[in-house]
Design a protein around this ligand. Structure first.
Ligand code: NIG
Ligand code: FE
Length: 424
């Protein structure tokens, strides 16, 4: 083992290892264990952490290796962004102005704008155009520390374009270093052509699109199926439709995610728990009894504070209640052209500290380890304890609490993926 060790990374300031809790996410009120080592170091071999501890002891164990000196900067696991809609074409700046003037997101959507506006632009695009528009966003996310990024389809809402979005994700994986996790979100909205027959669109999803996604995943050489996600909301999919699609997807072997309670509670959180979804996302209008259910389940609670902020809505995820109920809370950007064009996990953390009342330490764990569990990758990324990928970031300050405290500039000065510096 010792011969293969190639790098020591050390910080005279804070190394946050973010340990898993009994092999799982950090749950409930125990969220926030940073595993902080002052003057700490990592030893890296073949892209993975093999040791983490006080610098002197790591040095003694692995003498004479190449060293990366972080100075006094905070050394953290790379951020995991477990919820984005990054592959889209065009923008919705005009809708942003309409919302400022008083129109609501759901009103704009009901009038044929919103998600459908981006669908029209994305349907007209080739895979190459999708990649060309998305790659700069992904590079900016990476520059803000995101070393693992989930990306949803959902701007096709027809088989061919949904598959092109999956191909775009595969191509983006080949063109840049962040690890990408695909999600099929054919159930993002009822497309205009099915407006009067939404159940027929659910039939199409079940009978045609799910099998096509299974086949495309094989063709792309993916080792496992993407997640299957659905937007359960008034104006999108109701609970019965959600149950029908996700039950079928689960039977085909898709791991599940679901957008729930963004504006109104429809019972989607209960469904997520019942179906064993890997995560339930948004969770703003979630009723107390469903918070309790989620708290007792293994489904990760993903909060997206950039979304109410982006919409200038006053309501955020009731994070303290979720923690009291024992839930495993994670954070994501939700980067999308409608509600939250945010390419910065540190900004999501800054919002979470203020509006979810998380401490910086809690928000950091939610955006690293717990976010990795929201992607089923909690044993591979999101921590800097031995065995995990050596995906790490350096922050341009000496106290981790400055993450959250400060906002509006990028604190990330170096990003490494698998022990290799990719930014900085
Ligand atoms: O997570 N809520 C649904 N989907 C996105 C918004 C997508 C869009 O408006 O384009 C969200 O907020
Ligand atoms: Fe979303």
């Amino acid at each position: 083992m010792q011969e293969t060790v190639e790098l020591i990374v050390h910080s005279a300031g804070e190394l946050c290892t973010v340990p898993p809790e009994a092999g799982g996410p950090q749950r409930g009120e125990r969220l926030g264990e940073l595993g902080l080592i002052r003057d700490g170091a990592l030893a890296v071999a073949e892209g993975r952490v093999v040791a983490a501890g006080p610098t002197e002891s790591v040095r003694r164990r692995y003498r004479g290796l190449r060293e990366l000196d972080a100075g006094g900067r905070v050394l953290l696991p790379g951020f995991v962004d477990p919820h984005t809609h990054l592959v889209w074409v065009g923008d919705r700046a005009a809708e942003f102005e309409q919302r400022i003037a008083g129109a609501t997101y759901l009103e704009i959507m009901a009038a044929g704008g919103g998600i459908m506006a981006t669908v029209r632009a994305t349907r007209a695009a080739t895979v190459g155009q999708m990649v060309a528009e998305t790659l700069p966003r992904l590079r900016r996310l990476l520059a803000h520390g995101a070393t693992t990024v989930e990306i949803k389809t959902g701007y096709g809402l027809e088989t061919a374009t949904e598959l092109r979005q999956l191909r775009a994700i595969a191509r983006l994986q080949a063109e840049q270093p962040a690890r990408l996790v695909p999600t099929f979100l054919g159930a993002h909205a009822i497309p205009a052509e099915y407006r009067d027959a939404p159940d027929a669109y659910v039939d199409l999803l079940i009978e045609t699109m799910l099998p096509a996604v299974v086949e495309e995943s094989r063709a792309l050489g993916w080792a496992s199926l993407p997640f299957c996600d659905l937007f359960c909301e008034r104006g999108a999919f109701d609970l019965a439709q959600a149950r029908r699609l996700l039950t079928r997807a689960k039977a085909l072997g898709f791991p599940l995610k679901i957008h729930v309670d963004e504006f109104e509670p429809l019972g989607g959180t209960r469904l997520a728990v019942e179906l064993g979804a890997v995560s339930a996302d948004h969770l703003v209008a979630t009723p107390p009894e469903e918070i309790a259910l989620l708290g007792r389940s293994s489904t990760i609670a993903v909060s997206l504070p950039c979304t109410p902020f982006g919409l200038a809505e006053p309501h955020y995820t009731p994070a303290r209640a979720l923690l009291e109920a024992g839930a495993a809370l994670a954070l994501a950007t939700d980067c999308n052209p409608g509600t939250a064009w945010c390419e910065s996990p540190p900004f999501a953390i800054a919002l979470a500290c203020r509006y979810l009342r998380l401490t910086p330490a809690q928000a950091i764990v939610a955006a690293t380890l717990n976010a990795a569990f929201a992607l089923g990758l909690g044993e591979e990324v999101g921590s800097l304890t031995p065995g995990y990928a050596a995906d790490f970031v350096l922050l341009d300050f000496e106290d981790h609490r400055h993450l959250g405290y400060r906002f509006g500039t990028n604190p990330v000065v170096l990003v490494a993926k698998g022990g290799r510096v990719v930014v900085g």
